[in-house]
Ligand binder design. Structure first.
Ligand code: ARG
Length: 296
């Protein structure tokens, strides 16, 4: 079932099958990271400006932040000619089947032709982990994995963004294949072209959002699904990627350095911000959440 408005929602989160928290994280080394073209508004003006030494140091610190939280890190090496591959949230959607407990990934169909060759490298990695690997049929024109499709913490429910990168027909298929409901959210501001730039699911009951990225139906769905909806101020969300934060354990929130007001809001709600610096990657339009893929 796909829900577009809160008034249609006829299910209760508590009735959905539980989903264990993934304990492993996949990163892609930034060896060949670059801003080489412009496929989102943040990349404009940054072509060729990446400081590779800084990018490497920032990536290494992100890796160490995950290790410090006790999360097992796996690395797929970056590939020459694929400058956006470091954003490894986008090429797949990992899933764990509620009944069989079998794990798999849905392979993305990247919106930009420049990114399409990234996908097979991740298919290969997940095969080595014993995952089922499922490509999408040609009828789905685009789908960008966990850039747009986010698991509700602890429950078999997907939050699915569309409007810039993902063809909403992908969600019809996912709901069928995975047997999970999808809360479909239309994105309306091109700076927030992926759902993970404006919604960070923090815990089963809390989310951090930038409200201006959604339409009224979307906002109502989010408020229906999360008891506590924290709002990041526009400046921090738009320019500092505050909502591209990642909470891997229900408590610590890895977030781009410098979002003072968002950090205050997070602390007041009982979360612990862990600041990392990803500003070399923000030049390409991505921060913490885009740079990792959690899996079981
Ligand atoms: N340059 C990349 C793109 O436009 C950045 C992707 C960021 N990833 C994300 N999950 N938001 O596709």
């Amino acid at each position: 079932m796909i829900y577009h408005t809160a008034s249609d929602v006829d299910l209760s989160l508590a009735d959905l099958p539980p989903l264990p928290r993934p304990a492993r994280v996949l990163l892609t080394s930034p060896d060949h990271f670059e801003v080489a073209y412009v496929i989102n508004p943040h990349m404009a003006g940054h072509v060729g400006t990446v400081d590779h030494g800084r990018a490497r140091t920032q990536w290494q610190a992100l890796r160490e932040a995950y290790e410090a939280l006790g999360i097992e890190v796996h690395v797929v090496p970056g590939v020459k000619g694929l400058p956006d591959m470091v954003f490894c949230a986008n090429q797949t959607l990992p899933y764990r089947h509620p009944l069989s407990e079998r794990c798999g990934v849905i392979l993305s169909r990247m919106h930009a032709p420049q990114r399409r060759d990234e996908v097979p490298h991740f298919a290969g990695f997940f095969r080595t982990q014993g995952y089922d690997v499922r490509p999408l049929p040609e009828t789905v024109t685009s789908f960008e994995g966990m850039g747009d499709a986010l698991w509700h913490p602890g429950r078999c429910l997907l939050w699915g963004g569309y409007g810039f990168r993902t063809d909403p027909s992908a969600y019809r298929l996912l709901t069928e294949w995975l047997g999970v409901p999808v809360m479909a959210l239309r994105l309306v501001d091109p700076d927030f072209y992926h759902l993970d730039t404006c919604l960070s699911v923090l815990s089963p009951t809390a989310a951090l959002i930038y409200p201006g990225a959604f339409d009224d139906d979307g906002l109502a769905l989010i408020r229906h699904g999360f008891e506590h909806v924290l709002e990041a101020p526009e400046e921090e969300a738009r320019h500092n990627f505050a909502c591209n934060a990642h909470c891997p354990d229900g408590r610590h929130v890895l977030i781009q350095r410098g979002s003072r007001e968002t950090n205050r809001i997070l602390r007041a709600a009982g979360f612990e911000p862990v600041e990392v610096d990803t500003d070399e990657f923000i030049k390409a339009g991505g921060s913490v959440f885009c740079m990792k893929q959690m899996f079981w």
